[in-house]
Design a protein around this ligand. Structure first.
Ligand code: TMP
Ligand code: MG
Length: 229
């Protein structure tokens, strides 16, 4: 078996505990293997990331397609170093990735009024369109989706000030994540998808994650798959 690192993506809605769990898994892998790297998308430190940050904080407005492409470009900025590190035996824990990219963009709707005066919601971007800019990125070995209900999210202090941190949006995003899960399970066997109940305690969730990640790290296939290919 090859000695390349394992590539784990932690996904979920806002307030699902992704950042805490990503940090804990990173520390665990660092301790166990001595070679781990923690990544987070969006990476707000790059020039592209600063544009994304301004958009999320509603300091700027951008066309829906333009911001989607910026999120993808922000991942492409890291693509070569992800591959290099994995091949050099470093494991990577990534807090959000291309899955969030699709889920949040495909969840966007335009609201209008029908002739009867009812509110009509129509998708702005198709699922397939949202997938394409990330096609070819290094694919993770596994995605761990931290599943949280809007009630639990609310009990954790509710959502913040940023764009997308609204219950209505989060519910639509969750539907898109389900669609992505089905797509991955059916069509992309190189990516394992796991759902974890994120209403459990931090320690219980960390333990479940460590147990899941122990499996592929014992025998990671040498090749690195490409996203959506
Ligand atoms: P964060 O709270 O993890 O920093 O993420 C910021 C927001 O950006 C969050 O609401 C999810 C959203 N997002 C996208 O819309 N597209 C993407 O590609 C990524 C990575 C995040
Ligand atoms: Mg956030």
């Amino acid at each position: 078996m090859a000695k390349r690192g394992v590539f784990v993506v932690i996904e979920g809605l806002d307030r699902s505990g992704k950042s805490t769990q990503s940090q804990r898994l990173f520390e665990h892998l660092q301790e166990k293997t001595g070679k781990a790297r923690l990544l987070k998308f969006p990476d707000r430190t790059t020039a592209i990331g600063k544009m994304i940050d301004g958009y999320l904080r509603s300091e700027s407005d951008l066309d829906d397609r333009a911001i989607h492409l910026l999120f993808a470009a922000n991942r492409w900025e890291c693509a070569a170093s992800i591959e290099r590190d994995l091949l050099a035996g470093t494991s990577i824990v990534c807090d959000r990735y291309a899955f969030s990219g699709i889920a949040f963009s495909a969840a966007k709707v335009a609201v209008s009024k029908s002739s009867e005066g009812n509110e009509v919601r129509e998708s702005i971007l198709t699922y397939e369109w949202c997938k394409s800019p990330d096609t070819g990125l290094p694919a993770p070995d596994m995605v761990i989706f931290l599943d949280v209900t809007p009630e639990v999210a609310r009990s954790r202090g509710g959502y913040g000030e940023e764009r997308y941190e609204k219950e209505e949006t989060q519910l639509r995003v969750k539907e898109q994540f389900r669609k992505i899960e089905q797509d991955v399970v059916k069509n992309f066997t190189g990516i394992e998808w796991w759902n974890l109940d994120a209403s459990k305690s931090l320690d219980e969730i960390s333990e479940s994650i460590r147990n899941l990640v122990a499996l592929p790290s014992d025998g990671v296939p040498a090749n690195i798959n490409k996203m959506w290919m």
